[in-house]
Every structure is written in C-alpha cells, then in structure tokens.
Write a protein that binds this ligand. Sequence first.
Ligand code: ZN
Length: 252
Amino acid sequence: MFVLRNWRLNMFGGGFLRISRYSLNNVGRQLSEHLCLLNVDARFYKLKCHSYANFAAFKCWNCQTVVDTSVPRLFCKNCSLIQSSEQQNFNYFELFNICEQYDIDVRQLTLNFRNLQNRLHPDKFSNKSKEEKILSESFSSLLNKAYTTLVNPLLRGLYMLNVNGLNIEEGSVTMDPSFLGEIMEWNEQVEEANTKESLENLKQNIDVILINLYKEISKAFNDNNLNEAKTLLSKAKYYSTLLEKIKEIDVQ
Ligand SMILES: [Zn+2]
C-alpha cells in the first residue's frame, strides 16, 4: 500500500522534482492527474501569485477518496463532507486565495473570509455527525485565526516572517539605543497624560508613525529584505504596545 501523503512534487521552485515512497510506474499517472487538477483550479486559484506550489494528497476520512490538496480543500468532491484542515499544508494566504505579499486587498480578504466562514460555520453542522461537527469547529477556528492575523498589518508581517522561518522574539533583534530612548520618552508621555484629549493626541501621533512603518515594512518585503522587515516589525511592535497601553488607561 502506498502512502499518498508522502508524495510531494515541487515544480515551480525551479523545476525540481522529488518523489518519495512511490513506485515509478505510478508517477506518470499521478503527475498527469495533478496537472489536470491544476488546470481546473487555475481559474479559481491565482497560482502565479505563489512562488511554488506543494502538491500533496490524503484520503477523505469518510469515503476514502483521494483528496488533492494543491489548493485548500474544504469538502470532499466525492461525498461532499467537510475535510480536516490539519491534514492540509496550506498557509493563510492560500486559505483565502490571495497573493502571498504584504500589501493585500483587505476588502477582498474580508469578502473571501465571509464566504468561507459562511460555508464552515459550526451552526451549519448542527444536524451533522459528531466527526463533521468537530471538523467544522476546528476549520472555523483556524479560519478566524487566519483572518485576524492577515487583516492586521503587524500580525500579517510577523506571520510572513514566520513563514520564512524568522521571528522577533526577545533577544533576536538588537534595537539601537536611540530608538529605545524614543520609546522611553513615548512611555513617559503616556504615563503623564491625564486627559482624554492628551491621550487621543498621543494615539494620533503614534498612528502616523505606524502608518509610515507599515509602508517601510511593505518595501522591505517587496525587496525581499527580510532582516530589514524584521527590524521594522520589531519597532512597530513597540509602538503597537504603546497604543494598547493608551487603550487601557481609563481617564474621565
Ligand atoms: Zn469523501
């Protein structure tokens, strides 16, 4: 018995073909099947936006039909039952069928989110089997997490770093002392603010700084300068924490 999930084909990353635990006799047939599926999905799925595509497959938990996961699969084409998100290797951008880049069309993201949310909402599965209920809850919670991440410019950038194997955890970025001095000053101003107006003013000033930082982050990602993106995202995190601090202050 062969394990289809171990079959991987990566052909857009430079024509590299890797096939494991799979007899060569089956390769041609499977390849043509996958390319056929690729053609079918091409109209729906903007493959050109992605630098590579991972082809993988698993069997539907209900009818055992092979489910192709070159694009996120919500339902089995054969029995129409909901599939497991955990068995699929898609990232958040692929889930929403949007280009994997920092500048996104938030309106399109939200539209696609609502559409998927509508199809996967646990309420729609209230009369279904226990397995379907569990899968819809899990898919739905992933969907919410993915949307919350991509819709937020800071979280989106951090997620993109993460996809590239980087993060801004403590100690991984050295901030220059002048920047840290600036943040200390902002902190003092926030602590000293004692009216709604003064806090609102601070908030507006920090908002402007963040908007400019997000523009720089976008440029860094477009230039594929991940180290720069990492430093800028660390700065944005400091300012975002200041905003949270302002939100928490309760003044009359
Ligand atoms: Zn099925």
